[in-house]
Each structure stands twice: as structure tokens, then as C-alpha cells.
Ligand binder design. Sequence first.
Ligand code: JHZ
Length: 378
Amino acid sequence: MKCRSCGAETEQVLSLGEMPLANHLLVYPSESYHTYPIDLMYCPACKLGQLAEPVRPLEMFNDYPYYASVSKPNLDSGRELMHEIYTERHLTGLSLVTEIGSNDGYLLDHYNRYAIPVLGIDPASGPANQAALRGIPTVQEYFTLKLARQMPKADVIHAHNVLAHVPDVNDFVAGIETMLKPDGVVVVEVPYLGDMVEKGTFDLIYHEHCYYFSITAICSLFFRHGMTVGKLERIPAHGGSLRVFFRKSVRGASVTSGEAFDFRGMIESIYKQTTRLKKWLETSKGRVWGFGASAKATIMLNFCQVDSRLIPCIADSTPAKIGRLLPGTGGIKVVPPERWLEEQPEWTCIFAWNYAQEIAGKYAREYKGKMFTPYALP
Ligand code: JHZ
């Protein structure tokens, strides 16, 4: 298979087998659902990880239950970033800040409070409607080059955790370049392939994520479309992410790094970790519930073949998830945290491990059991 970014030949580095769509939460236990293969390919030329067969976005984002505002760390980091950009770029009432994949407006809301004109673009109707209710104008469409040509030019474009979701990544980045003012800045965030491979966090691999970016991969992709790196940071989000600031420039060269990824080591650690988790769940004394019905939960539970006999419920504060069932788990049900606190199961596995500290801290006084994550067993 050819790399969908640079066109070079790719090689398969790992396979998770057939999996349901991670955010396709069921309404009824007997409801049918599709599974699709997850085969991870790697392009040695531009160092981009990518799924062999992307699923059509329409199948994943029309009924999308992920609301970024539910997780407070998202709001906090959005506020900090907004202040940084506001100060650096002296944004005024004449500026326009556009976010692609704006979800429920968790980031643009911070600009809105400073009366800076904003525009969101997101095809997922539930979160986009929520953003509109907050007063954030939101175009409910998939972002493409064609759409970019119809949009106003922006001083700042945010694209956080969205670049990996788009099969035609060259068209998407060409659209960003088209929508950006000549002296504008683009801020992109993606989970970092290097952290994922090193830590063995395979539950970040699911159909929504067509791509797994290295520094080389993201920089060469934007360079191909006339943009160079202003600043590159490694941030802790999602177990380790890249935050890259791009600007238009025809000069310079793409960044290449000496990155190398030990996929064999990652496979070994996946099998070691998931075998230990399954064994621990089967032999532990006391009830075990989950916390955080994240996309990662669906992948972790399906890969380990853990069902509702081992973990009956997962607590989560997202109204769109509560009452629904995780696909492929024999009916593990999403319940509100209040119900989990009433039950006080002896153990709680935090499947949203990226927020383990936040969740443990938030419930430290009310929850009497013990908490752990799939990657750090008790
Ligand atoms: P969370 C997301 O994946 C979505 P997921 C997306 N596909 C993406 O690209 C990646 O991130 C990078 C709940 N929660 O953010 C909310 C509480 O209930 O790890 C969420 O359901 N209370 C766009 O789905 C879940 O946990 C809390 O206090 O893996 C977290 O999901 C907190 C902090 C979270 O994303």
C-alpha cells in the first residue's frame, strides 16, 4: 500500500484484528454493529503511521458522543493556549479565529469571551449544536479544500485532534493553507507516534485515527503545502502529543528528525500488558467497574475480550454516553458517576488513563475503593 501522505511504499507493523467502531455506543444489547480490521502500516519515507483501510468518516461522526468540554483538562489547556496566542499575536476585534474539528466549542469559547470573532467547523451534529448554543457559529460540514475556498480567511486556525481523523490528509492540509491569511498561524495537535510506541498505548489505535504522526511526518506534510514550523512542543495530552505552530513560507526546508520506532517492542508490551490485565480481572477479589467510556475503553476491552461479567459498568459524565453500551463487550453499560459512587465497587479501572490524576483527584473524598489504569495494575 502507498502512503496516503507522500506516496511511498508502506509496510505493515501491527494488527489488532477486527474491532467495532470505538465510539459506536449501542442503545440495545441485541443491537447489531459492524467490525472492521485495524492494521497499522508505516511509511519509512515520511515516518507516518496509518491504517490500511480507513472507514468512511460518515459512519463514525454522524452520531458522535464525544464532547470535549466534559474533560476539564481540555478546557484548562484551551484557556492557556488562547492566552498565549492572544498575547503573542495581539488579536483584535478584526481578527478571525477558526477551529476545524471544533466539537462543542470547548476552545473557541475562550476567544468568544474576549469578543474575538470565531468560526467552528465540525460535522458531528450533537457537539456542533452544543457549540452553537454557546454562541459559537459552527459550520456543520466535513472540512475539505472545496469547503475552505468558501470560508473567510483566518488569522489563527486551530486543528486539535482532527488531522488524524481525515483520510484525504493532503486535501485537508491544502484547505488549511487556503483558509489561512498570509501572516496567519496554524496550531495543530496530534497524539505523538513516538510516545504511543514507546509506552505501548495501543488503545489509541482505532478507526477514527487514520494517522499516527511523527515529527517528520507532520512537518513534511505541511511543508508540501507551503507551510513551515514556527514552534514545536511535546505536550502531555493523550499520553504524549505534538503541538506544532505552522506559518506560510515558501523558503526553508522541512524538518527531518532521527526518529526511529520499535514496533516489535510495542507488540511485545501490548501482549504482556493485556495478558496481565485480563488475568488480574479474572482473579481479583471484589467488584471491578470502569471509569471513562473513552474510545480507548472500547479498544482495550475488545482486545482483551473483557465483557460485562468482569466489568458490568463504566462511569462517565457525558450525557450522550450515559445509558448506552460499549460495543463488543456483552453489554458493559455507561452509568453516571453518581451511580458509581452509590455502588462503591471495590476497584475501578480508569480507561481514560490520560485523565487518571484528574479523575482520582476529583473523586478522592467520595470514592472509597481503589483506582488503577490498564497500564498500571494494582
Ligand atoms: P478521552 C478522544 O478519544 C476523542 P477518547 C478523539 N477521537 C481523539 O482524537 C482522541 O481523544 C485523541 C470522561 N470523563 O478524552 C469523558 C469523565 O466522565 O480520553 C470522556 O468520555 N469525567 C477526538 O474517547 C472520557 O472520560 C472526567 O472528569 O479516548 C475521556 O475520553 C474526565 C476527565 C473525563 O478521549
